[in-house]
Design a protein around this ligand. Structure first.
Ligand code: 5RP
Length: 217
């Protein structure tokens, strides 16, 4: 099993608040996520600037496409993103349009699994060639007190892997969660607040990487 990557989710309200922790953590980061909140606050300028500062890193623009797939994904890829996100509620027509744009540019598409998605849909996404899915514990669920990762999540990730997806895990992940995923085929762990809001973002990112290396050695 491949060792999972570490992605920093930059969900800050402005670019300077994203860049300061990113500069400190970057050496330990595999994928930089321009988070939905940052993209809404700063637009694709955030992706452009982060691309210019980190030309070698993989960048996800977490634009959560629901419609206008071709236009929005084009904006994100033009700004320098490698990956774009689409919500699981988007129509197959929208997802196909995003896939077409991504394929032209050597990019990748992630479907963010929001409550209510079905295995039928998942099979169709695979048939369209979608490579990645995000298993997501939403901030709204977290606010309702739905905490923790369990057997149901691990089984779901294994089933997604069996279908051929690379599965990413996100939503309030902390380093002590990582060992729970031992033997589970996780492609990327995403951490937002756990890194960018830490007192020492560099140390926080290193602690995540240490946990990943230890769990998936
Ligand atoms: C929120 C998101 C976040 O980008 C993702 O969940 C990571 O953030 P955090 O680790 O702070 O929960 O998609 O819906």
């Amino acid at each position: 099993m491949q060792r999972p990557k570490l992605q920093i989710a930059l969900d800050t309200y402005d670019l300077p608040s994203a860049l300061a922790p990113l500069q400190q953590a970057a050496a330990h980061i595999d994928v930089i996520e321009c988070g939905t909140i940052l993209c809404l606050a700063e637009g694709m300028r955030a992706v452009k600037i982060i691309r210019s500062l980190f030309p070698e890193k993989t960048i996800l623009a977490d634009v959560r496409i629901a419609e206008a797939g071709s236009l929005i994904s084009k904006m994100a890829f033009d700004a320098g993103a490698n990956w774009v996100s689409v919500v699981s509620g988007a129509t197959m027509t929208t997802i196909e349009a995003v896939m077409k744009e991504a394929t032209k540019r050597g990019g990748e598409v992630q479907i963010e699994l929001i409550d209510g998605w079905t295995w039928e849909q998942a099979k169709c996404w695979r048939a369209l060639g979608v490579p990645q899915v995000i298993t997501h514990r939403s901030r709204d669920a977290e606010a309702k007190g739905e905490l923790g990762w369990g057997q149901e999540d691990f089984d779901e990730i294994r089933k997604l892997d069996d279908l051929g997806f690379k599965a990413t895990v996100t939503g309030g992940v902390v380093p002590s969660d990582i060992p729970l995923f031992k033997g589970v085929p996780v492609y990327v762990f995403i951490a937002g607040r756990g890194i960018y809001a830490a007192a020492d973002p560099g140390l926080a990112a290193q602690t995540f990487q240490d946990a990943i290396h230890k769990t998936f050695e």
